[in-house]
Design a protein around this ligand. Structure first.
Ligand code: ATR
Length: 271
């Protein structure tokens, strides 16, 4: 019987995951199907249970269910626990394993696709919501010299720093606090790009040879990436590579095969 997977969210019609996983399956010769499932916002757990009943082997979880997915998992990986959010379920007869592949996807895109090494770098992470929390552990594992978290609401940045207090190379604050500092990597993990807004970054923050990375993709990231270019960032990236890499990491968990991502990233840009 063909193994069955799905992405679950609300809304879901815009999701690129079915296209990405179909490409991965074709490329690696895996016998599987992958569908998009719209869950009523008050019936996430029941919709997941119904998919499992039908023999589903795994799921990707997207907005707004990543926190609830964490709650219904019977076991969490370390990175999902740190993120307090789940974007991948692996189902077996007796458990729901909850994982989070977002941070690994980001790190892989930056290191492997963009050829940018993270170790020893000065990193700036903008935002302190779920998106920022989800990538903290994988970034820290690559030993930056410093990871600065800034947020409009400073207390949330402090709280995120506290959550990772066993790492001594984290500082937190707001946008005004980084005036006069320079960073090698600046990651936009705010939702500002969803509204086409630019976070209130001070000028002069990009070091020579720096990378500006927006975790979103589409027209919304233009304000941040344009600002970064004007300010002298030497490389710019949107979140398409991260989207494909987090999918590849899920695919690997399910199928034990790592798909090639470069063609899929190019294909997605040309859709
Ligand atoms: P997500 O799960 O996508 O991280 P979230 O938890 O709602 O969503 O968090 C959104 C993040 O984007 C927050 O850090 C928010 O800052 P505040 O905590 O101060 O609200 C940040 N954000 C949203 N719009 C922004 C803007 N225009 N400028 C700067 N930060 C913004």
């Amino acid at each position: 019987m063909t193994d069955s997977y799905a992405v679950i969210g609300s809304p879901i019609a815009h999701s690129k995951s079915p296209w990405i996983h179909a490409e991965f399956a074709r490329q690696t010769g895996q016998d599987m199907r992958y569908e998009a499932i719209l869950a009523p916002v008050d019936a996430f757990a029941a919709t997941v249970a119904a998919f499992r009943e039908r023999g589903g082997k795994g799921m990707n979880v997207t907005v707004p269910f990543k926190l609830e997915a964490c709650e219904i998992s019977s076991r969490l990986t370390e990175r999902a626990g740190a993120a307090q959010a789940v974007n991948t379920f692996v189902f077996s007869s007796d458990e729901i394993l909850g994982d989070n592949t977002d941070g690994a996807g980001l790190v892989r895109d930056i290191r492997t696709n963009l050829g940018f090494s993270l170790t020893g770098k000065r990193m700036l992470l903008m935002g302190a919501g779920g998106a920022a929390r989800g990538v903290m552990l994988p970034l820290l594992e690559h030993k930056p010299s410093i990871l600065t978290i800034i947020n409009r609401t400073k207390q949330k940045a402090h709280a995120l720093q506290q959550q990772f207090s066993r790492y001594e190379n984290i500082v937190s604050g707001d946008y005004a606090d980084i005036r006069g500092e320079k960073f090698d990597l600046v990651i936009n993990a705010t939702s500002a790009s969803l509204q086409g807004n630019l976070p209130p970054l001070p000028p002069g923050i990009f070091a020579a040879e720096s990378l500006a990375y927006d975790m979103m993709y589409g027209d919304g990231c233009i304000p941040f990436l344009q600002f970064a270019k004007q300010q002298g960032a030497s490389s710019l990236a949107d979140g398409i590579g991260m989207l494909v890499e987090q999918a590849a990491e899920s695919f690997f968990l399910w199928r034990g095969v790592r798909p090639k991502t470069d063609q899929v990233i190019r294909g997605l840009r040309n859709l």
